[in-house]
Design a binder for this molecule. Sequence first.
Ligand SMILES: Cc1cc2nc3c(=O)[nH]c(=O)nc-3n(C[C@H](O)[C@H](O)[C@H](O)COP(=O)(O)OP(=O)(O)OC[C@H]3O[C@@H](n4cnc5c(N)ncnc54)[C@H](O)[C@@H]3O)c2cc1C
Length: 434
Amino acid sequence: MSPTKIVVIGAGATGSFITHDLASRGFDVTVIEKGNIIGGTSGKFHGMLHSGARYAMNDVAAAKESITDNKVISDIAPFCIENTGGLFVALDSSDMAFQDRFEKGCAAAGIATEMVEPTRILKEEPFLSKDVKVAYRVPDKTINSFRFITSLLLTAKRESAKVYLNSQVINFIKDGTEVRGVKIKNNNGETKEINADLVINASGAWTSKLLNEKLGINSIDMILSAGTMAVINRRFTKSILNRLREPSDGDIIVPFFNDSIVGTTSFIIDDPDHFDIDKEDINFLHKSGSEMIPALADYPVYRYYAGVRPLIAAGDEKDSRKISRDFRIIDHSENDDINGIISIVGGKLSTSRLMARDIGDFITKKLGSGKSSSTDKIKLYWPDITKENIDEMSKSLSISKDILLEIINESSGKTYSDIYSGVIDFLYSRRLFS
Ligand SMILES: Cc1cc2nc3c(=O)[nH]c(=O)nc-3n(C[C@H](O)[C@H](O)[C@H](O)COP(=O)(O)OP(=O)(O)OC[C@H]3O[C@@H](n4cnc5c(N)ncnc54)[C@H](O)[C@@H]3O)c2cc1C
């Protein structure tokens, strides 16, 4: 019997991990991405592989999931992680009031913390504000989402998945209330139909728009919460800094290569393709970042960007910070009487492996076929390029040394897509992606 055909819409962190999970279970999977690698929110996030400490005070379940995947992803994809460590810092007496809740939450979630005295932490992190009252070390790390997603797609290709980039799902193939596949259109205007036994909608912030416009489904009440990040072209700390308080705006600084990324904000938008970034938000982030690192005030914000969180509306809650960052699997045969399509909404990049495992379990149960997930053990494929082997890699991959150097240095002053456009061209040219 030929394997069940599954189409995944969207190759962000969620769709790419689902593609790998399903392909490794033996399904015949095709993933369709309208943009390029990291074209969606997965390319416009804060860069953290969460330890879960940020969620420990309010959502122990989310904190537990984060620390689980933090360990697994570090093990299967070490080439995209920098083990910066994280610090939660209290700067005033109101921050100190959270100490007890923070310690208890982390302990309940199984997140290792270490309290560090101000004199010691200021020796390690001399740019940190001298007002620091106490700091806690946590296992936060940074993650390079381009490497992460590219390696997921390359691994899935090796498991015989098909990957279409720059190809948009423009409609569904339907037979009454049955979805039987998708119609896609690539950047050259060429169209194609792909039949499937099941379609997984992992299109992130675009989920409800796609369902509404093409299938008339409007049962998913999504709130699109955009968040802005301000980037300073200088790295001040070894560790990720978090303010020890209730999660709020402007309370995290992530050292990413040579940059410091201050974030984030939260404002509701209507359309993920068209929204403005408020200059006031940039000034606010610059100012609140300077509270943790005073020297940051002397450097300009040289770049800013915003990503969109697709959150599921919860009753009358209007404060998007208080809406759960959990994810939901929606089987439209149960909710909307449309068979053959399942959506997955919400979550975090840091827990994309668990999300993929859960939807994979849901699908194998529904279809009554497929193996169990083993993605916690499969090392992701990434061509290991170092300064030592660069000549040899350049020859064997037939890719210019300059582009490989960019990958090694991942120099600041450029956006992800500037750095990686050559790599993406290369992946096409080698027919690694369609
Ligand atoms: C401001 C901000 C900061 C964040 N920081 C962190 C962090 O530090 N750590 C963390 O773990 N998480 C963080 N998150 C959450 C994390 O970024 C997201 O949960 C994650 O990136 C979502 O991945 P996704 O694949 O669901 O969505 P996306 O990455 O948006 O992927 C969806 C994809 O679907 C594609 N698509 C849409 N429509 C179609 C169509 N019709 N046909 C084909 N393709 C289509 C889009 O182009 C897109 O690439 C942050 C989120 C925001 C907004």
